[in-house]
Design a protein around this ligand. Structure first.
Ligand code: IVH
Length: 664
């Protein structure tokens, strides 16, 4: 098979495997096999820029290039739905439809996904555009971000229409939401309030490779095409399933009001067992001819409505408020309550987030509190029954000093939270920093788990991250739970961590607001820790996606003597504090030799050469048989042109070059 056919074959095959994995939930090949084939495809694509396809499975990884969202006009307005919490109104909707039509009507009942709506446009089976709802008429073009969502097919299969719009919901499943919030709290970012905000926020990130790391999913519920005359909505969904879309799992055609209410009752309970949030049920007239006949009002169709579930509530008594100290020193108040069952779990604790929430609720110890789980998994206190307040109840007093180390708490300007500023010696902050340092996204010393970090700290062996590198095998052997073999492994893990690249080390240092994407940006921009430590606020904020909040935090970190000492110790231990020249943005051009010729409108020649090198390519000044590509701008010299043609070296534009390493 020649390379061109191999590319075609791999694209096809990997699209299929992707569908097996994400849509059908039944993978046929192993993850490793998938990754290997994907790697093979990306190498071949680099060799054949002329075959660039934005929908290739290799495009799923996203790009590091920031994007400003373009505004796009929807082909058809994205209407919302009338909605209600009342069963009587469901009955009224049903009766209205029946009397307008004059006969019995089938109603398609579906889950109402609690995410953010999306419109996907497919031309000849390829995803060409994804847009948010926006104001319903004009939305944001988020195509590059949506391409990273694995359950969105980039290439359709089967008998799909030539032009198609699919509408659906982008959502974040609970497990991913919890993990994401944990990470955010870890770097001092405020957690998302709920999976819906997390999904919408993730979709609007400007760096698509960061979106690729967000656990997003997509459910589709509306097929719009002029190319096929469907009889019913259900039929269109069933067809769309065959083209590769993930269609609403809980979809049922109901023939009577009783069936509709059975469906509602079923999901009002069952929703708690779903891996993501739904906030109600959508009812749609199934026959498309009837939908047309019923028509639209200005804001929503007359042929559909939504019944929203009431958030489940329970009453309990507030016993006490405890205060957790995070790695960054932030104090989080937690309500401890008498245990009560709520939506399938026993609730006894709820985060109160910050002092403003406590004040807003006017919370007193002993209060009768109302807890809600609004489809979300995390319970929250939404109110207090003041009538039931004991006469001697005392208002919750937010502490003035750290409950763990006694230091005064400080609320910084513009911050919702109070912080313990004893960053170096407050025990939970120390342990939090140690755990952050070894965790997977950072130095990845997975032979030492959280409990062992705690143990190392308690035993006095480790009180800052540099101490890890002074540990010996016998230090571990003396700790409970370690055997000879596991002690050796833990030690080896520490040694191996020394080869982690600069950006990981930077992230592991635990500078507030410096998550792994920001750490990568800083590492690339400043190249080594000294440049970074000496960078001014202006230099910091001039970097893509570095705002004043991050810049101030970085500056403040490097202004502290103890941090500089720590870095010195880590440097002596052999950790990477500079970008390795080899550490490129990507190796998509690796093994390729380039000659750059002519003048470019968008980039200087030197910057272009550097860009090629950053993607692993080699630059040569003259054309030879070893040259793989000539990147030509305007006014390429005639001698070069002739030589290139003689040797058959492909001449590509800057645009085509960018496609080689996935930049737009
Ligand atoms: S149909 C014209 N079906 O709910 C009808 N919408 O309040 C278009 N939603 O904007 C919508 N699950 O974001 C439909 N199964 C479902 C849905 C659903 C969630 C969202 C959607 C829409 C909003 C309407």
């Amino acid at each position: 098979m020649d390379e061109v056919s191999r590319i075609e074959y791999l694209r096809q095959f990997l699209h299929e495997q992707n569908r097996n994995y994400y849509v059908l939930n039944s993978p046929v090949i192993s993850d490793k096999q998938y990754d290997d084939l994907l790697h093979e495809l990306s190498l071949l694509e680099a060799k054949h820029p002329e075959l660039f396809d934005p929908n290739s499975p290799t495009e799923r990884v996203g790009s590091d290039i920031s994007l400003e969202f373009e505004q796009v006009r929807h082909e058809r307005p994205m209407l919302s739905l009338g909605n209600t919490y009342s069963r009587d109104e469901v009955t009224a909707f049903y009766n209205r439809v029946i009397s307008a039509v004059g006969r019995n009507v089938d109603i398609s009942c579906e889950l109402k996904f609690d995410g953010t709506s999306i419109s996907l446009i497919y031309d000849n089976g390829k995803l060409v555009r994804a847009a948010t709802r926006g104001d319903g008429i004009i939305g944001d073009d988020v195509t590059r971000n949506v391409r990273t969502i694995k359950s969105v097919p980039l290439q359709l299969v089967g008998n799909f229409p030539a032009h198609l719009e699919m509408r659906g919901e982008i959502l974040m499943p609970h497990a991913g939401f919890e993990a994401l919030n944990k990470q955010r709290i870890d770097i001092g970012e405020p957690p998302f309030a709920n999976p819906r905000n997390a999904a919408a926020g993730s979709l609007k990130q400007r760096i698509s490779s960061a979106v690729a790391q967000r656990p997003l999913d997509c459910m589709l519920y509306y097929v719009l095409t002029d190319d096929i005359d469907f009889v019913s909505h259900t039929q269109s969904l069933n067809e769309a399933k065959k083209w590769g879309f993930v269609i609403s799992p809980g979809h049922k055609l109901c023939h009577s009001l009783t069936e509709i209410f059975d469906f509602i009752d079923h999901w009002d309970v069952e929703r708690h067992n779903l891996p993501y949030d739904i906030d109600g049920i959508v009812l749609k007239v199934d026959e498309l001819a009837l939908q047309n006949a019923l028509g639209l009002t200005a804001k929503s169709p007359r042929w559909a409505t939504a019944y929203k579930f009431k958030a489940e509530q329970a009453h309990s008594r507030l016993l006490e408020v405890s205060y957790q100290v995070g790695r960054t020193g932030i104090i989080t108040p937690v309500a401890n309550m008498e245990p009560v069952p709520l939506a399938g779990t026993i609730v006894k604790r709820a985060s109160l987030h910050n002092v403003d929430i406590i004040r807003g609720l006017d919370l007193h110890i002993g209060d009768s509190v109302i807890i809600e789980k609004g489809g979300e998994i995390i319970p929250k206190i939404v109110g207090v029954d003041i009538e039931l307040r004991p006469s001697d109840a005392k208002p919750v007093a937010f502490p003035t000093h750290c409950p763990q180390c006694g230091s005064p708490l400080v609320r910084e300007d513009g911050e919702a939270g109070f912080y313990c500023q004893n960053y170096t010696f407050c025990p939970p902050q120390i342990v939090g920093k140690l755990i952050h340092f070894v965790h997977r996204g950072a130095m990845d010393i997975d032979q030492i788990g959280e409990a062992n970090v705690e143990l190392l700290y308690q035993s006095g062996l480790v009180s800052n991250v540099a101490d890890f590198y002074n540990l010996s095998v016998s230090d571990f052997e003396r700790l409970p739970g370690y055997q000879q073999k596991s002690a050796r492994k833990a030690y080896d893990g520490i040694v191996q961590s020394k080869s982690k690249p600069f950006d990981r080390v930077l992230f592991a240092l635990g500078i507030r607001y410096v998550g792994n994407t920001v750490a990568k940006t800083l590492a690339q921009a400043f190249e080594n820790i000294d440049n970074l430590a000496n960078a001014s606020i202006e230099q910091l904020v001039s970097q893509q996606d570095i705002g004043i909040k991050i810049a101030t935090s970085v500056k403040s970190f490097f202004s502290k003597e103890e941090n500089l000492q720590l870095i010195n110790r880590l440097r002596l231990a052999g950790l990477n504090f500079a970008l390795e020249r080899k550490q490129n943005i990507s190796d998509s051009l690796s093994g390729k030799q380039f000659v750059v010729s002519g003048v470019f409108a968008d980039i200087s020649r030197d910057a272009l050469k550097e860009l090629i090198e950053q993607h692993g390519g080699k630059i040569s000044s003259s054309i030879s048989s070893k040259t793989n590509f000539i990147v030509a701008g305007d006014n390429m010299g005639p001698a070069k042109l002739e030589k290139a043609q003689k040797l058959g070296v492909p001449i590509i534009s800057f645009e085509q070059l960018k496609q080689l390493f996935n930049v737009n």
